[in-house]
Design a protein around this ligand. Sequence first.
Ligand code: KG4
Ligand code: ZN
Length: 378
Amino acid sequence: MNILAIESSCDETAAAIISGNPSLLEEPKLLSNVVVSQIDIFKAYGGVIPEVAARSHLEAILPVIHQAFSDAGFQGNTSDDWSKIDAIAVTHAPGLLGSLLIGTLTARVLAILHNKPLYAVHHLKSHIYANWINDDKIYNEMPQFPLLALVVSGGHTQIIRMEKHNSYKIIGTTLDDAVGECYDKIAKILGLPYPGGPAIAKAAAGEITTADGSTITVQPGDPKRYPFPTPQIAGYDFSFSGLKTAVLRAVQKEVNVPISYPSHELASFLSDQQKADFAASFQNKANQILLKKLTQAYHDFPETKSVILAGGVSANQDLRDKATTEFNGGDPEVYFPAPRFAGDNAAMVAMAAFYEIGSSVKLTDPYSFNIMPRSVIQ
Ligand code: KG4
Ligand code: ZN
């Protein structure tokens, strides 16, 4: 069976095609994976503007799908060969309403037009299933159940326990900000570009990205230079708003201005080395907080066979290194998505749909379809 997947929840327009047999749950093959990012548009604004994102999706979505057909070799003369597609999957939630609308409307229309079964897929499930894309042959075997997934993205920070495919139990979540959002806000305070996560990681390694996109090299940041407190939150829940404020106060103190000083004007007082040190100290603490809760969860669920990292922040190398050290010895085995599948893409949507179909999840009616921008994984 060949599945066409579409993703448009934030600022990436993506389409992918995978091929496999869900009833045998055999490892599917990725035939194409196209991602068009709007990052260059939003760099100028320092963040995503939802209305602009939706319009960009509208322009890109059909060419992106067409490219996915072409890359998979699914074209008859010049047009897409729909006889090769057996199902359509699309991200339905959570995300920006206008962005989701473009992807879901496109998928609904294509499903009706070409008479294909439609599967609405939750974005966080897709991030988790990015760990099942073994195209780069990183792993000898796929993640094993029961597993713990640390989902860290721009909008979510959760620990999810899975006993089998398509079964999710959220055991921990952030009580305020998501860790990715925190990376993005701290980057702004430090005068680093959007998206903040990769810019912070680079700055921590001593590579400061300037406003014109060039790089200034300094000493690698000192992760112990600015000690930030660890939030004391019960269970497996997280809090990142305190860390965000702690970094802001530390920067204000360092440059000797009152706490009422506008945060967007602080960066001009910081040296590039101070930026690197703040980036490294923040990254270190944010990742320590994540790993502390994940380790605690593993301690309480010792039968866990795999620990998987998912979502945009799972691209962070320091987080990967810390997780590898923490679970050293391969019991449980730690999984990360290949870097190109950590951020938003449609291959992960196709993979989540593949395992949903394998678990006999019911079809989505293309005529009555609800978009739920803040829906919860269940
Ligand atoms: O999963 P994602 O691409 O989109 C959402 O579903 O939200 O995650 C985006 C988030 C952003 O906050 C971005 O700054 C962060 O992932 N991110 C990173 C890195 N790459 C992306 N955070 C830390 N280190 C990175 N290397
Ligand atoms: Zn995402």
